[in-house]
Design a protein around this ligand. Structure first.
Ligand code: NI
Length: 248
């Protein structure tokens, strides 16, 4: 069930059964010459919505813009400063916590968000402690990257091997193509396998990775692969969410 497609009495009834919610968090940033700018938000909401249907679990609104400073030399990319993203995550969680939600599983689509998400969790815990003291509800927040689950990882390895890379990967391009059939872009990728390596700021990124990809060959992406990857990732996420709610 998606929060945005629910009514308030439905949410009230849900809270009598569960205190948990999944929160998709992505990014709005270049994904090479063939990947959609919205890839990181599209992938996580596609997967989280599917898991939500499987488990009858609520999925919050997607945080679609993340921390993507390093992509800002490419037109269309957007970023929140880390401090802004911390504030956004904190406000999302605290809004929902005020209604009784206590378990927040952030389903992440962008590696660049991870340190900031972790910082936000500690701000939330600290606020909770200061505002409500010993009697406060015990909020728990976790983050999981959609590509890290055991089945989706095995499937990505099987389908793409060393063509996967780390940005504008054939896996994420496939999931976005499955979510929005017909939107996959066609462009010549030169070289077919993008360079790999570290980078510093946005200008340095563009210098080292001129078409935006890192280590990947997204020409291997397809809607059919996207369907399989989505199903695998949703199954992994379902396991993760169940375990998270069952933790003592
Ligand atoms: Ni991505």
């Amino acid at each position: 069930m998606r929060l945005q497609l629910a009514s308030w009495p439905e949410v009230e009834a849900y809270l009598k059964q569960s205190k948990g919610i999944m929160m998709p968090i992505g990014s709005t940033e270049q994904h090479g010459p063939t990947g959609l700018i919205g890839t990181d938000a599209i992938t996580v909401e596609t997967i989280a919505w599917r898991t939500g249907e499987m488990l009858d679990a609520l999925v919050g609104p997607t945080i679609s813009v993340g921390m993507a400073h390093h992509h800002m030399e490419f037109p269309g990319s957007m970023t929140l400063k880390p401090s802004t993203l911390v504030a956004v995550i904190r406000d999302y969680v605290q809004s929902l916590a005020s209604h009784g939600f206590e378990r927040f599983l952030f389903v992440n689509g962008h590696g660049g968000n991870v340190p900031t998400i972790g910082s936000a969790f500690y701000e939330i815990y600290q606020d909770q402690r200061q505002a409500h003291g010993a009697g406060a509800a015990e909020l728990r927040c976790r983050v999981v990257n959609w590509w890290d689950g055991p089945s989706v990882k095995a499937l990505s390895d099987e389908l793409f091997g060393d063509r996967q890379g780390s940005h504008a990967t054939p896996s994420e391009v496939s999931v976005a193509a499955f979510a929005y059939p017909g939107h996959i872009k066609h462009a010549r990728l030169d070289p077919p396998l993008a360079p790999s390596g570290r980078f510093y700021d946005a200008r340095d990124y563009r210098r080292r990775f001129p078409d935006g990809r890192i280590g990947s060959d997204p020409s291997k992406a397809s809607e059919a692969h996207g369907k399989r990857l989505t199903n695998a990732a949703a199954a992994d996420l379902a396991d993760c969410y169940r375990q998270f709610l069952a933790e003592v």
